[in-house]
Ligand binder design. Structure first.
Ligand SMILES: *[C@@H]1O[C@H](CO)[C@@H](O)[C@H](O)[C@H]1NC(C)=O
Length: 405
């Protein structure tokens, strides 16, 4: 048992990819130290940045076909028109031909067109911020979505100063439940009379001078309130110079699903283009004076998802930072220490020392080689002499033999 364990430990030991160097083999230099401190600072800085990036959330937008076919749509309205309420009617007509009364009804109350100072400040602020949102800073959306504020402008202040004159405007406010099909919400002159097919606005006791479609939109939104949705028509104010005016707003309602860390739910956004013209039959500009919101529903739904980066990706990046910075600083440290050595001539000194020893060793090798050469050269010489001596000997014999025979 014990033996087995020892063997296992040995095997694991032999697999060590980080062999330890003994203390005396480690050389510590000033350049190395400087680079260590620098790289530590860089690593810390990058880690803090990475941390901040990780804590930030990002938004993803996906578009999918809208499959909630039978869903109802709410239209939330808060509009003031510069005409007494007895002259105006507000209702919805859509492609289904449903009776106007079945959508619900809006509250209408007489009021003054002029806002009191507090209300004016609030409305102007709303107008400015909203025009800023819709024209320039689209990326502010993300901020709004993160914030989770549903009512960014706050409530409209109550009127404190009551004017002495008669009430000259109508405040139309409320919510209608409409079908998710193209339709037309409008405010025109005359009270609504339901008819078997559609409806009519009855305006018999009105003079042309009574018409004034000057209007102010405090609120116009679709669906349930949700954070981060900018309603482009809020803060809109149109003053009619002529009595018979037709204002048309062409609205595309986009179903939106918002899923952030502070809110989750579906709502609707809309985009709008507007058009206004004077109705003058003698100038060939026909139609009905009034304010028309012609809406249609987009077939695509937008999904907005707020998400964090995955923790694993964050950790991987941290490891990458530490490893990368250490390796690079190690490389740079060796390059710099080499450059420093060069600059202080230490490198040259060391180099010349080295060449000296090299030349001496070379000399000795040449010497050795020479002796070897000598040896190899002398050997054949020696043999040749023996040969010649042999020859001499051989040649000597015939020379001496003839006299003998
Ligand atoms: C309509 O009413 C507004 C506000 O009271 C006024 O400024 C404008 O001149 C009026 N327009 C007409 C054509 O009377």
């Amino acid at each position: 048992m014990l033996r087995h364990r020892k063997k296992a430990i040995q095997t694991v030991k032999s697999l060590d990819a980080f062999p330890k160097t003994s203390e005396e083999c480690i050389e510590k230099t000033t350049t190395g130290g400087t680079f260590s401190v620098l790289s530590l600072a860089v690593i810390l800085w990058l880690m803090v940045m990475e941390m901040m990036y990780y804590l930030e959330t990002s938004f993803t937008y996906t578009f999918i076909p809208d499959t909630k076919f039978s869903e109802k749509l709410k239209i939330n309205v808060d509009i003031t028109i510069a005409m007494p309420c007895r002259y105006v009617g507000a209702d919805v007509l859509d492609m289904t031909g449903q009776q106007v009364m079945t959508f619900g009804s809006l509250d209408m109350e007489d009021t003054w067109w002029e806002l009191d100072p507090d209300q004016r400040i609030h409305f102007d602020g709303m107008q400015q911020v909203n025009s800023y949102f819709r024209e320039q800073f689209h990326s502010i959306h993300q901020l709004l979505w993160r914030s989770g504020y549903i009512n960014i402008f706050g409530d409209f202040p109550r009127r404190r100063v009551t004017p002495s004159k008669e009430k000259d405007a109508c405040h139309v406010v409320g919510t209608l439940e409409i079908n998710k099909v193209a339709g037309n919400f409008h405010i025109t002159a005359g009270k609504t009379i339901p008819l078997p097919r559609g409806h009519a606005h009855l305006a018999v006791f009105m003079d042309d001078k009574d018409y004034n479609f000057t209007h102010r939109i405090n609120k116009l939104s679709f669906g349930d309130p949700a954070p981060g949705i900018v309603h482009p028509l809020e803060g809109d104010e149109e003053v009619a110079e002529k009595n018979l005016m037709s204002y048309q707003y062409f609205i595309t309602v986009v179903p939106t699903y918002v899923s952030t860390y502070s809110y989750r739910g579906s709502t609707f956004q809309y985009s709008v283009s507007e058009q206004s013209r004077e109705i003058a039959h003698d100038k060939n500009s026909h139609g009905t004076p009034g304010i028309f919101f012609k809406y249609d529903v987009s077939a695509l739904r937008v999904n907005v998802h707020e998400r964090h980066e995955p923790l694993l990706a964050f950790l991987t990046r941290l490891c990458g930072i530490i490893g990368g910075v250490m390796t690079c600083s190690g490389l740079m440290s060796s390059v710099v220490s080499l450059a420093v050595d060069c600059f202080t001539c230490r490198f040259f000194q060391r180099h010349s020392d080295k060449t000296e020893t090299e030349t001496t060793s070379q000399k000795t090798t040449t010497l050795l080689l020479a002796t070897e050469l000598l040896q190899t050269e002398t050997q054949p010489l020696l043999t040749s002499t023996t040969i010649t001596s042999n020859m001499v000997f051989v040649s000597d014999t015939p020379q001496s033999s003839p006299p003998e025979s």
